[in-house]
Ligand binder design. Sequence first.
Ligand code: HMG
Ligand code: MG
Length: 300
Amino acid sequence: MAEHIKIVEVGPRDGLQNEKQFVDTAVKIELVDRLAAAGFQNVEAASFVSPKWVPQMADGAAVMAGIDRRPGTIYSVLAPNLRGFEGALAARADEVVIFGAASEAFSQRNINCSIAESIARFEPVAAAAKEAGMRLRGSISCALGCPYQGETPVAAVVDVAERLLRLGCDEIDVADTIGVGTAAQVGRVLRAVGQVADLGTRVSGHFHDTYGQALANILAALDCGVRIFHSSVAGLGGCPYAKGATGNVATEDVLYLLRGQGLHTGVDLDAVVDIGQWISERIGRPTSSRAGRALALKKA
Ligand code: HMG
Ligand code: MG
């Protein structure tokens, strides 16, 4: 049996959140449903954040109400505070994602508070999520580099990882928000995080692809023992608080890589290629997935 890799498909949330044109709720719902049907164990479907800060995610409740839930699929949503948690609970999310940063400047820009304040805000969210029997995930933005502070010290990442684990996170995401990290650095950061968390079961790699390093970074993370990765269909996305940052690594590219490595994901690459073509048409932009484009051309 090939070793299993969990892919968290973040296109509906991280992918769409930065789109300037509002994407219809019906399109978001269809996107989530098609991704779940393609075999993803975990789809990040919405955010319960301030609509003033991220207007594209303002319809999170309607998206969650409209999806056709597949038994066994984990539908995750972002919740930065108790208000967001209440939205997540009412929406019957399976997993709540609290999101902090390893960089003070980015924490201020993204969630308007210091790292320490963010952890204090997450405490009641984490407790409430546990109480409600929901999964809890903690994301660490700028784990490799920050648009305002440059390269992130490894110790800062480990510190936030420890604090998130203490809050009871089932999983923590080492996120390269602006896609600047390189493979050697990924190795250094993950080996250090591995001192406080089990890399094989509790840590994911969330790589944006701004500098074209994401696939190499995934290989480096695999080498360290990480078995959970985040990606976005068609490479959708960017970060509203990180100028110039492009989307997450494209799911099609990741699936193609992993298949070549003889690793199992349970996701139907062919279906994801079609979804990538469809959503790119809907938002009026060509796919940024190289594998997606090549495989779609082969089908045409
Ligand atoms: P704040 O201004 O410090 O907090 O925002 P506040 O409590 O003073 O609230 C301000 C306003 O937001 C108020 O409305 C609240 O009611 C409202 P007003 O009185 O001005 O009309 N509000 C909310 N509305 C809906 N849902 C809520 C909520 N909370 C407050 N949950 C806050 C703090 C965190 C809320 C704000 O900064 C925010 O929403 N930021 C958005 C952050 C975000 O979504 N960023 C993108 C996702 S993170 C990401 O992409 C990184 C990741 O992919 C990993 C990586 O790549 O690094 C995960
Ligand atoms: Mg991200």
